[in-house]
Design a protein around this ligand. Structure first.
Ligand SMILES: Nc1ncnc2c1ncn2[C@@H]1O[C@H](COP(=O)(O)OP(=O)(O)OP(=O)(O)O)[C@@H](O)[C@H]1O
Ligand SMILES: [Mg+2]
Length: 617
């Protein structure tokens, strides 16, 4: 089902190509295309690859010497008792072997370096690419899937490279050389051997295809295992809180079992195909020995030639056996390459237009934000914003309030272009955000997300994320303004204390203030604040409130507000309900109107029957 045209959403999707999440498609890129793309990754390693190829080729050419020596021993040394040839042959054999191992050493080092570079280069390209993809990609692909492709699939490529791809490529070439030697030794016997080749080609082609299809499944199942694993580690607290460890284990076991079954299915194909192909070689050897024995009896062939012929024949078949051995790995690698390239082919749906306008720095941006009749949806059949218009002149504070799920976060996400509008437009200083360079757009805006995310590292590093070239003093100043310095200095290590992975060692209120410090450090013209619902104690609430006031001063602010004081001081309050702005005005105007805002206000901030009491001032 390439390209995906079925499913309930397909009909409604018309006209907006590339916006909706693509359905999963079957992976069936032709092998030459995959090889060419892999080759492109290794473009700058070509000299090393050639060195490896040459060393392997020479090493396999040297393999031709020993059977020839055997022939001399059988045909010359033994019948004529010319023992003085033996030391010479011994020395020659020893030298050939030493030389061969030297060459193999060179080739192995070269191959290891190329295959390690492959992992390095692919991981880097993939990481950089994924970073640029839009949020829709991350909604479509789970963490487990992404991590699987960035680690397990790339490692499989490396294993295939290291595990004999180059050797078998050379092996196939050296088969041609061996065929010539066999023909020269005895063309009639050689023909028996060569008739087996088409059989082998067909057999290995069929099994290759069978293996590749199965390996794609294996990697998909592996992603499934990783997905449950990733989810469980992130959600371990919830699992514990609800004592759901055994259910989680059951889910994991399901995926794990599916993965095992997929692996078994490839093992079965391998188990059948390997011996089957070897059987062809065995029958061939039998026929050659039979015909050869008759010919030696007739005196038309020497024993030495027959012995040498059989030795060469064994070496002739060796690359095929090698290929059967590494074929599984190669098929697996092709499946993995396809999965990695599939991600690399993803295009961000938030793309910059050619010749996009650079907003310039703070001195040129006024920060006039307008939303004009904006429509937006995540999934085809549910409009999340329906004709929203807001005008925010420079320096004004717009508060967006409304029930949960009414579309507040979705609305503010459109300003830094995390998503694109479906209809209407969002402008900054009169320019459509889709006409701006993404870098200059995002440099103008600081976003404090509803859920604060911190990176593992020190507090200082996390605040500096707002502006990488900030000095230590500026970082500390920002922390002071965000009223975060108090708790930071009380932590072991202070600013240089580590906060654990994703900030698990901090409380929610502390994380919020760090996020504010980040935004203060960035010093943006436009600020988008998605306030987390105030579930902190009154004292922290007051601290956050003060930090907010400081950070909002002199900027155009869109704030999704839950705190009464923020709402009251806003220049414009927009009340959202089900994707529409149902009321707008100042606090006093809206209270007087006795509409949706008043209801919300009474439900949230006022104890029934008493005078309005702000929760935090
Ligand atoms: N990534 C997404 N994919 C699909 N639907 C989404 C996505 N994010 C939000 N929605 C849906 O869009 C609607 C609006 O969500 P939004 O997050 O904007 O609400 P909100 O007003 O910010 O709510 P809250 O006050 O709880 O933060 C909801 O119905 C939600 O289910
Ligand atoms: Mg929200």
């Amino acid at each position: 089902m390439r390209g995906g045209g079925f499913g309930p959403g397909a009909m409604m999707r018309g006209g907006i190509p590339g916006v909706w999440a693509q359905e999963k498609r079957d992976l069936t890129t032709p092998v030459p295309v995959l090889l060419r793309r892999l080759g492109a990754v290794l473009e700058d390693r070509k000299p090393i690859i050639w060195r490896a190829l040459l060393a392997v080729a020479l090493a396999s050419a040297l393999q031709m010497v020993p059977p020839y020596m055997t022939r001399i021993i059988v045909d010359e040394v033994i019948p004529r008792e010319s023992r003085n040839l033996l030391p010479l042959i011994l020395v020659a054999l020893a030298l050939v072997h030493a030389f061969r191992y030297g060459l193999l050493y060179i080739s192995r080092v070269a191959i290891a370096s190329v295959s390690q570079h492959l992992v390095y280069a692919m991981a880097r390209v993939l990481f950089e690419h994924i970073q640029r993809l839009s949020l829709r990609f991350f909604e479509k692909q789970g963490t487990g899937e992404i991590i699987s492709r960035a680690t397990s699939d790339i490692n499989i490529l490396q294993q295939a490279m290291q595990g004999g791809v180059i050797q078998s490529a050379v092996g196939l070439l050296s088969m041609v050389a061996y065929a010539i030697v066999l023909l020269a030794l005895d063309w009639k016997l050689a023909l028996i051997v060569l008739t087996s080749v088409p059989l082998l080609v067909v057999a290995s082609h069929v099994t290759s295809e069978m293996l590749r299809v199965r390996y794609i499944k294996v990697q998909e199942r592996m992603s499934g295992v990783n997905a449950v694993l990733a989810e469980n580690i992130t959600g371990v607290r919830v699992a514990k809180a609800f004592a759901r460890e055994s259910e989680q284990s059951a889910r994991f076991t399901d995926r794990n079992r599916a993965n095992r079954d997929a692996n078994m299915s490839t093992a079965t194909v391998q188990a059948i195909s390997g011996p089957l192909i070897q059987q062809v070689g065995v029958i061939c050897t039998g026929l050659v020995l039979w015909v050869g024995a008759v010919r030696v009896g007739e005196g038309t062939m020497t024993i030495g030639t027959l012995v040498a012929f059989v030795s060469y024949m064994v070496t002739f078949f060796a690359p095929i056996e090698d290929l059967i051995r590494v074929n599984a790995t190669i098929q697996q690698a092709l499946a993995s390459a396809e999965r990695v390239f599939e991600f690399l082919d993803e295009r961000p749906d938030i793309a910059e237009k050619p010749g996009a306008f650079d907003l310039g720095g703070d001195d040129t941006v006024h920060g006039h934000v307008r939303l004009e009749d904006v429509w937006f949806r995540y999934v085809p059949d549910k409009a999340v914003l329906r004709g929203v218009s807001i005008d925010a002149p420079p320096g004004t504070v717009v508060a967006v309030v409304g029930q949960t799920g009414s579309g507040k976060t979705s609305l503010v996400n459109l300003i830094p272009r995390f998503y694109d509008v479906e209809r209407g437009r969002v402008t900054i200083d009169g320019r459509d955000v889709r006409d701006l360079t993404i870098a200059s757009l995002r440099a103008t805006i600081a976003v404090v997300l509803q859920e604060t995310f911190l990176f593992s590292g020190t507090i200082r590093e996390n605040i500096r994320y707002g502006r990488l070239d900030a000095t230590d003093e500026e970082v500390e100043q920002a922390a002071r303004e965000a009223h975060a310095d108090g708790f930071i200095l009380a932590l072991p290590g202070g600013f240089d204390g580590s906060i654990g992975e994703a900030g698990v060692m901090l409380s929610r209120g502390q994380r919020q203030r760090l996020a504010l410090a980040r935004a203060i450090l960035r010093d943006p013209r436009i600020l988008v604040l998605d306030e987390a619902t105030s579930d902190v104690d009154t004292e922290t609430e007051i601290l956050i409130q003060r930090a907010l006031e400081r950070v909002m001063r002199g900027r155009t602010v869109f704030v999704i507000a839950h705190r009464l004081s923020t709402i009251r001081s806003a220049d414009l309050i927009c009340v959202m309900s089900d994707g529409v702005i149902v009321e707008r005005g100042t606090h006093d105007e809206l209270l007087a109107r006795a509409g949706a805002y008043r209801q919300l206000y009474e439900a949230q901030f006022q104890t029934v029957g008493s005078a309005p009491t702000p929760v935090a001032v």
